[in-house]
Design a protein around this ligand. Structure first.
Ligand code: PSV
Ligand code: MN
Length: 384
């Protein structure tokens, strides 16, 4: 497949919560024109897709995006040229979950958490979503606080019950995170733990790699390659980090890492939607305008992908076979150092898109319009 043909197939899902207000535990700087309802978040996601042409789905987070009628929300999205994507469960914002959700020592709390996960599958039935994404804030702050192994048993039980509720075409995506909010031990801290649970569950349970959820220096592309080889990579939550789970714009701090990840994807021929890997963003835009930041993130992923597609695969494997370390590394660097922006401008023009999505957004007047129109009401935001 040609580079352009592969790029034409690329899809990146944007997260509904990135359009809302967010911040750190110190301050949420509210912005003007922020959506007040899930419907307005869809409007913003549709604008990102209009400008980029490759972001046709938007992920929902429940209960942040709770509505009366999910069929209506799905129809609203469709009318605007996008579709509802992954459903994210939220069992981390209720007082009952102070000591955990599905791993909580109290069976009544676990039942409540599982109830929410099952409710999310009900929602998927209405939205037509394929994927249920699970991230648990469960963990311990202190040694001895709870039994580490018993918590794994409780986790396995909750995952099993939820997995069994899935429809034949639905999947469970299990996300891991090194730490936070728990500091001593996290119940799903790494890809190995997520993989072990997914393996026990079955074919439709897969691991999510959130690029912000590792220790500094972790070789993420290695994890990508191992999970791809095992057929257990389900999705990415792309974002950028300097220190911890910073949730900054994908490709901002380390575009080379994004390229290396996409290189593994291209090597495995896993870019096409048919391969079943969901490429999502999971970001928060705390100090920068949100919609153009999301457009920039989508473009960063697209640029990294274009560079990965430009790797001369034959030259690379010949150099690897010959043990020519410098030539092999050179094959990667040649692709990475290529300016792919002219190619992407050409591709967009061919598809009837504006060659410069950032400029298209600036010129559209959308930013000014939402500031004027979205007056009153409660701006969306998990931390606002
Ligand atoms: C947790 O830090 C996480 O990465 C999960 O994907 C959550 O659903 C999301 O962030 C919420 O912001
Ligand atoms: Mn995430």
């Amino acid at each position: 497949m040609s580079v352009k043909a592969a790029l034409r197939e690329q899809r990146i899902e944007t997260p509904s919560w990135a359009y809302g207000n967010s911040g750190t535990r110190f301050k949420v700087f509210a912005q003007q024109g922020v959506p007040r309802t899930p419907f307005e978040k869809i409007d913003d996601a549709a604008e990102v897709h209009r400008c980029t042409g490759i972001a046709p789905t938007v992920a929902l987070h429940i209960p942040w995006d709770k509505v009366e009628d999910y069929g209506e929300l799905a129809g609203y999205a469709r009318e605007r040229g996008v579709e509802l994507g992954t459903i994210n469960a939220n069992v981390f914002q209720d007082d009952d979950y102070r000591l955990g959700s599905v791993t909580h020592p109290d069976a009544a709390v676990r039942r409540k958490a599982i109830g929410h996960l099952l409710e999310c599958v009900d929602i998927m039935d209405q939205t037509g979503s394929r994927d249920l994404k699970l991230w648990f804030a469960d963990g311990l702050n202190y040694p001895g606080q709870d039994n580490l192994r018993a918590r794994q048993d409780r986790l396995a039980e909750a995952l099993r019950e939820t997995y069994q509720r899935l429809g034949a075409d639905q999947r469970m995506l299990l996300e891991y995170k090194l730490f936070e909010p728990a500091f001593y031990a996290t119940d799903v801290p790494d890809w190995g733990t997520a993989y072990a649970h997914c393996l026990q569950l079955g074919d439709r349970a897969k691991v999510v790699i959130d690029t912000g959820h590792h220790a500094p220096g972790t070789n993420i592309e290695f994890i990508v390659s191992v999970l791809l080889r095992a057929g257990k990579l389900g999705a990415f939550d792309f974002n950028s980090r300097f220190y911890a789970d910073d949730d900054l714009m994908a490709g901002a701090a380390d575009p080379f890492q994004l390229f290396r990840i996409m290189h593994e994807i291209v090597l495995a021929d896993a870019l096409t939607p048919a391969a079943g890997i969901a490429f999502m963003l999971d970001q928060c835009h705390n100090i920068e305008p949100k919609i153009p930041a999301i457009i920039r993130s989508v473009l960063n992923v697209q640029e990294a992908t274009a560079k990965a597609l430009l790797v001369d695969a034959e030259a690379l494997s010949a150099a690897q076979r010959d043990g020519d370390v410098l030539a092999a590394n050179g094959a990667l660097m040649d692709a990475y150092n290529t300016d792919v922006r002219p190619l992407l401008r050409e591709l967009r023009a061919e598809q009837g898109l504006d060659p410069d999505p950032m400029a298209a957004y600036r010129r559209s007047g959308y930013a000014e319009r939402i500031v004027q129109e979205r007056v009153g009401g409660q701006a969306a935001g998990w931390g606002a």
